[in-house]
Design a protein around this ligand. Structure first.
Ligand code: GLN
Length: 255
């Protein structure tokens, strides 16, 4: 049920969960949290960031969940805690809570991840995909194409090859063999309703503000029934400046 906003002066409060910042945060994925907080503020919303590590209770409200990447060891550390939260996460996903899961957590949002040493980590099955660890890492800057978000730029570094179930929509498509989900089928990431999984570090959101805005809009609509930014002139100028820098970076990367 959507909430009436009676907060004075701001468009509303948005409660953002940063999931496992201690164990799952490599290649600057915490930049995604900073970007969402900054853009929410520029739109006139009050961001409330909750860092949720192993054993921490959920906050009272959850409007968005952002999770980063991690090495196989980090994934093994958090897997029990992730399973303890799996039903809640599935319920949040079914209820439209927007989520962004990068690399290591993207893999664990699938059915399973079989690591290079043969250990099988079961995933929580929110994204129809499975991952197999291989001895070739996929590393490098990457441009992918998305009908919904335009060109997306980022950086990938993973040994897991992810295969989407038939019918699961990738986040985007890559041009080159050896990149993306598995190096073979030219897909990258996945999107299931408001849940996005991707290998794109970077951080992703500062370079791709359209994805940040998708998450913000979904969170605001779910909580308040509408996305109603209150933009002072200087905030509009600041957003335009930031988006201009990101657009230039995407144009350069896309060649
Ligand atoms: N450990 C996983 C892999 O190498 C994820 C790595 C990451 O999050 N960058 O496939």
């Amino acid at each position: 049920m959507s909430e009436t906003n009676e907060t004075n002066g701001v468009a509303g409060v948005i409660d953002v969960v940063s999931l496992y910042p201690k164990d799952m945060n490599i290649y600057g994925d915490s930049g995604n949290v900073l970007t969402v907080a900054r853009r929410l503020a520029l739109y006139g919303y009050a961001p409330r960031i909750h860092e949720i590590n192993q054993g921490d209770p959920w906050p009272e409200r959850v409007d968005m969940i952002l999770g980063g990447g991690g090495q196989d060891t980090g994934q093994k550390k958090i897997i029990d805690d992730l399973f303890a939260r799996a039903d809640d996460l599935r319920r949040f996903a079914a209820d439209g809570v927007p989520m962004l899961m990068i690399c290591g957590l993207y893999q664990l949002f699938g059915h399973y991840f079989e690591t290079i040493d043969g250990t099988r980590l079961d995933g929580i099955g929110i994204i129809g995909a499975h991952t197999i660890g291989r001895d070739v890492r996929m590393i490098g800057n990457l441009v992918e194409h998305s009908a919904h978000f335009g060109d997306i730029i980022g950086y990938e570094n993973h040994s897991g090859q992810t295969f989407l179930d038939p019918g699961v929509e990738p986040l985007g498509r890559v041009d080159h063999d050896g990149t993306g989900n598995n190096g073979e089928d030219h897909t990258e990431g996945a999107r299931v309703n408001n849940v996005i999984g991707t290998y794109m570090h970077g951080s992703l959101l500062p370079k791709n503000p359209a994805i940040a805005d998708f998450l913000i809009r979904a969170a605001a609509e779910r909580r308040y029934g509408a996305f109603e930014p209150r933009q002072a002139k200087d905030r509009v100028a600041e957003l335009a400046r930031i988006d201009g820098i990101a657009a230039k970076a995407r144009a350069v990367a896309a060649g």
